[in-house]
Design a protein around this ligand. Structure first.
Ligand SMILES: Cc1cc2nc3c(=O)[nH]c(=O)nc-3n(C[C@H](O)[C@H](O)[C@H](O)COP(=O)(O)OP(=O)(O)OC[C@H]3O[C@@H](n4cnc5c(N)ncnc54)[C@H](O)[C@@H]3O)c2cc1C
Ligand code: SF4
Length: 497
């Protein structure tokens, strides 16, 4: 970035507005602010001049644009240019630009070095492609970055070992404990400050256990590589009651807050494979998430139009049910997935995609409301990563940019991948009746509702053929049962769409 310790001041700002729109889980706010304060401390120790505006500081305007403009004016920073790493949110970039314009200071954005692919590289890859397929992008990444390659071929002969990675647990899994991080004075102060300035944030805080420093993040990485990576692949898509983490890495917050660099993360995973400590299906599966999905969704975010987040290809206008904020529902899969979000601001990928995301897709909830929930409620949420995953992958609201078909599933999928249905008051094998699993009727009604839209999609041909087996009466019965549930959950009638 070409910064000079003797000349430049680093400006760091905490503003309440970032926790209010959308509403943020208290753990997400505490993590961001604590990591910022620890980073400011490390910078000062390193000899940098840091101008730091705390949440409770008198006069804080609580908006980025106002606060930057105020600081530029008030502190007389003497700035003639403001340099910033490319923000992970179009809105924040707009606010910074506006503030600099107001203060008549030039704004310069520099590429973020915490990714393996620049936006220009992604644009080059995406140019002239009819569709953006993650699998093609991933292979391009493997070759270009020479990761898990054996000359021109993938190590082990296959690009992808997903077929081995779809096992469910047959009995309660025995899992290694996850590391714990003591709350230090800085984090304690942040918690107290957030509680007093933002008293109504959702979620629990007494369970806070996220790395807030580079040292803790490195420890979290090493712990995952040693204890959970070896089994990461096999049960990557599995779910189990009361088990939030399973063999997942929990590294997304540290990666997104730039406490870890993706290169060091995959290097450690590959070292574990090469030294025989982790099998290829686990290491390849993990590497694909980092150099494939993570970089792919970022590329999508920056190369689609800024109004991508407003996409609503399936024309859904339902209200987000109240139980997304309380977990209070008798659908066991939903109460487990939402409960883990309320308790830890975390859920692993399959809970996000195939439980809470799948429900919102099938029930026809308005994408903007769903996206706001995901953007606020997960500890790793930042617009560049949340929006393509929610609007694109989970809701298919972008009409097929991120995924080639909707990730829609009936209760059968959830039953196969978890033990939730065994503890649920609904019967996963039933499609109709008061005790029928609500996902089943919603699934078939969803396909029926969108039949014309999906007609030309080859990947939907089989499920549409299955839909043809339903008679008109049965389809009407399913639609009536969906309407009844939508009313009960406060989603509103489908006719409003
Ligand atoms: C609806 C929805 C919303 C999501 N919102 C977010 C979000 O706000 N922030 C976020 O970081 N991830 C998001 N994801 C992606 C993924 O679910 C999380 O990255 C992952 O669950 C984080 O937990 P982990 O670190 O234990 O992941 P692991 O299962 O251990 O995976 C390893 C790493 O791979 C990366 N990764 C895996 N899948 C994805 C993906 N689809 N997109 C981007 N990175 C990925 C993450 O950095 C993750 O830490 C979302 C997925 C869905 C379906
Ligand atoms: S029966 Fe249906 S609602 Fe209940 S846990 Fe299974 S999938 Fe979820």
């Amino acid at each position: 970035m070409g910064l000079d310790q003797d000349r430049d001041t680093l400006l760091m700002i905490e503003v309440a507005g970032e926790s209010k729109t959308p509403t943020s889980h208290i753990q997400r706010t505490v993590l961001f602010l604590s990591a910022m304060r620890h980073h400011a401390q490390a910078l000062r120790d390193d000899g940098w001049r840091v101008e730091y505006i705390e949440l409770n500081q008198r006069g804080n305007t609580h908006r980025f644009d106002d606060e930057i403009a105020r600081q530029l004016k008030m502190k007389k920073l003497g700035a003639c240019e403001r340099v910033c790493i490319e923000p992970g949110d179009h809105r924040v970039r707009g606010q910074i630009e506006a503030a600099c314009e107001r203060a008549e200071v030039d704004a310069r954005f520099v590429a973020d070095p915490h990714f393996l692919t620049t936006i220009e590289e992604f644009e080059d890859w995406a140019r002239d492609r009819r569709e953006l397929l993650m699998e093609h992008f991933y292979r391009w990444q493997r070759k270009r970055l020479s990761i898990l390659m054996d000359g021109k071929d993938p190590v082990g002969g296959e690009w992808n070992y997903d077929k081995q990675n779809r096992k469910s647990f047959k009995s309660a899994p025995k899992l290694p404990p996850i590391p714990t991080y003591a709350i230090d004075d800085i984090t304690r102060e942040v918690i107290e400050g957030v509680k007093s300035s933002l008293p109504d944030l959702p979620g629990r805080i007494d369970t806070f256990n996220w790395p807030v420093t580079r040292r803790q993040a490195t420890h979290a990485l090493n712990d995952f590589i040693k204890h959970r990576l070896p089994s990461f692949g096999d049960h990557q898509d599995a779910m189990w009651t009361g088990e939030t983490t399973l063999n997942h890495s929990l590294l997304s917050p540290a990666l997104n807050l730039k406490l870890l660099n993706p290169r060091e993360v995959i290097d450690k995973a590959i070292d574990a494979y090469e030294s025989g400590e982790a099998p290829l299906n686990s290491v390849e599966g993990f590497v694909r998430q980092i150099i494939g999905w993570r970089e792919f969704v970022r590329g999508v975010y920056y190369t689609q139009e800024p109004d991508y987040s407003e996409s609503n290809a399936l024309d859904c206008h339902g209200q987000l049910p109240e139980f997304y904020w309380s977990g209070d529902t008798d659908m066991k899969c939903m109460s487990e997935a939402i409960g883990s979000v309320l308790d830890h601001a975390y859920g692993h990928h399959i809970e996000r995609l195939m439980v809470t995301g799948n429900f919102a897709l099938l029930a026809g909830i308005e994408p903007r409301q769903v996206n706001d929930w995901y953007r606020g409620m997960y500890v790793d949420a930042i617009d560049w990563v949340t929006t393509p995953n929610t609007v694109g992958m989970a809701l298919y609201a972008d009409g097929g940019v991120v995924g080639t078909k909707p990730y829609a599933a009936s209760g059968k999928y959830i039953s196969r991948m978890s033990n939730y249905c065994k503890h649920c008051r609904f019967d996963v094998n039933k499609k109709s009746g008061d005790d029928a699993c609500p996902f089943n009727a919603m699934y078939w009604a969803f396909l029926h509702r969108n039949r014309e839209r999906f007609e030309g999609n080859r990947r939907m041909a089989l499920v549409l053929k299955n839909l043809d087996r339903f008679g008109n009466d049965e389809l009407t019965e399913l639609s009536v049962s969906v309407e009844k549930n939508r009313e009960k959950w406060g989603i509103g009638p489908i006719e409003e769409s």
